[in-house]
Design a protein around this ligand. Structure first.
Ligand code: ADP
Length: 467
């Protein structure tokens, strides 16, 4: 416990552009609500394109400074950001629970993950190695150097208000890029808290800018960010539909883009699986953040011989483990009394949904085609491995996939055949900063976190020297 700690301003009514706390030039604001109580948390500036352009210009000036810091200097600032996340962990987590509604326990985990992003990339900052390539000509020498791509625009969702920003920002700053963030309109306060920490960490003004924007201004801000020539990269986490719009908007300036879009994760349980482990993996994967992560198990396929046993075991666990309620209450995992049947909870202002178990689902139902993004487990029965793989791959997206099996040959076969960017084998929780996070197909492209995440913010420059 740090007695000397300054208190963060949890709900500032200004946004952060060019190292200054400012209003929108339009003087307009919008309201941010606590989703569990529908009460007002505060108001923030409703930025327009003029405000965005100020932010981009600040990021542009700051780029000249930040990209010329040595890797070690950048590393030190990022390390400080890590230390500050540890120091202010409790307040940062409270901000998340206020603006997003998730249980405080999960918000604390999210701040841990965010902190680790800054720690990891403070280390990677020093390892942006290039290459020396053997030359085919006796009078030439070949080098590849890594250079920061430039100003990066981030558009981020509400489900992880801190971590989705941390994973991008830490990598970008480590590489020497500067950043303009448009946070989700429901959850701007985690982004603004980061700005307060960045000031304390000594990040130069203009390296990190936030444009808080209401839903009604979002489309035009998004378009202006994508079409601005000074912005060299867009990284987006959100829905596939919005990702497609941003890709189109980025075409006119041939911008580098990174897309972390929706998933529809298959979760396959083969006959050979350890049912207990599979149930507990499913509980973790399905109900974390009330089923509102893009890697949550979405379609659950269970092989016929263990189907009935599995459903009984899962229903039992759901009854025992899940509790609906406000994020600041103890032991809350989601929302009311646990029945296995899907309705809105009548407590908490109607914004919560009961944990729900649906069996006998088939592949034609809407629940199998769409990302559920909620605490609803829908179970399908399958006969053979080929069926399971075909069903798993039958959607246009491919982010995460999970399966439980104790047959080593089957494990290799299925891990290789699943059309996803990340596979959990006998494991339901896979996201961690040390490993690459990202999807294929309409789930997007590019890796976040890991040694690969850094490269997304670096250009390869080839230097051919005649000697
Ligand atoms: P979600 O379903 O998670 O809200 P969205 O893709 O709608 O997914 O939102 C993710 C982020 O994209 C949010 O910051 C939101 O404000 C932003 N967004 C939504 N629509 C647009 C748009 N047309 N252009 C740019 N950004 C958008």
């Amino acid at each position: 416990h740090h007695c000397s700690a300054q208190h963060l301003d949890l709900f500032p009514n200004k946004t952060y552009i060019g190292g200054k706390w400012t209003d929108s030039l339009s003087s307009k604001t919008f309201e941010v609500l606590d989703p569990a109580k529908n009460t007002l948390l505060g108001t923030v500036p409703d930025c327009n394109v003029e405000d965005l352009n100020l932010a981009i210009n600040s990021a542009n000036s700051a780029f000249q400074i930040w990209s010329n810091f040595t890797a070690e200097q950048r590393s030190k600032v990022l390390r400080k950001l890590y230390d500050l996340h540890v120091q202010y962990k409790q307040q940062l987590a409270e901000i998340i629970t206020h603006e997003n509604g998730k249980p405080l326990r999960e918000s604390l985990v999210e701040i841990d993950s965010s902190a680790k992003s800054y720690e990891w990339f403070s280390e990677e900052a020093k390892r942006a190695y290039g290459d020396v390539i053997p030359s085919p000509a006796p009078n030439k020498r070949f080098l590849v150097v890594k250079q920061p791509v430039g100003i990066c625009g981030f558009i981020t969702p509400w489900n992880f208000p801190a971590y989705m920003i941390a994973r991008k920002t830490a990598a970008a700053l480590a590489a020497g890029c500067t950043v303009v963030i448009k946070p989700a309109e429901d959850t701007p306060y985690s982004a603004l808290a980061l700005c307060q920490l960045a000031e304390m960490a000594g990040l130069p003004a203009g390296c990190l800018n936030v444009v808080t924007t209401s839903r009604s201004n979002t489309a035009q801000i998004g378009k202006a960010l994508c079409e601005n020539q000074l912005v060299k990269k867009i990284s987006f986490t959100g829905s596939t539909a919005v990702g497609k719009i941003l890709l189109q908007n980025s075409a006119s300036t041939v911008k580098k883009v990174q897309m972390e879009l929706g998933g529809n994760a298959p979760f396959i349980v083969f006959d050979s699986a350890d049912i207990k482990k599979a149930v507990s993996g499913l509980m973790a994967s399905k109900f974390r953040n009330s089923g509102q992560t893009c890697v949550c198990a979405n379609r659950i396929f269970v092989q016929e011989n263990i189907y009935d046993k599995f459903i009984l075991a899962l229903a039992e666990e759901m009854k025992n483990q899940l509790k609906v309620g406000h994020g600041f209450e103890n032991d809350v995992t989601q929302g009311g009394k646990i029945v296995m049947g899907g309705a809105k909870c009548d407590i908490l202002g109607g914004n919560f949904f009961e944990p729900t178990l649906i069996s006998d689902v088939n592949n034609d139902m809407e629940i199998s085609r769409e990302e559920i993004f909620g605490p609803v487990a829908a179970i399908m029965k399958f006969k053979t491995e080929e069926d399971a793989v075909r069903l798993a791959n039958s959607v246009p997206v491919g982010l995460a996939g999970y399966f439980y099996s104790n047959d080593i040959s089957q494990i290799w076969r299925v891990a290789e055949k699943l059309e996803v960017g990340m596979v959990g084998v006998n494991e339901g929780i896979i996201s961690t900063i040390e490993a690459p996070f990202g999807g294929i197909k309409e789930s997007g492209f590019g890796s976040e976190g890991s040694k690969y995440g850094m490269n997304e913010y670096l250009n390869n420059k080839f230097i051919c020297m005649g000697i």
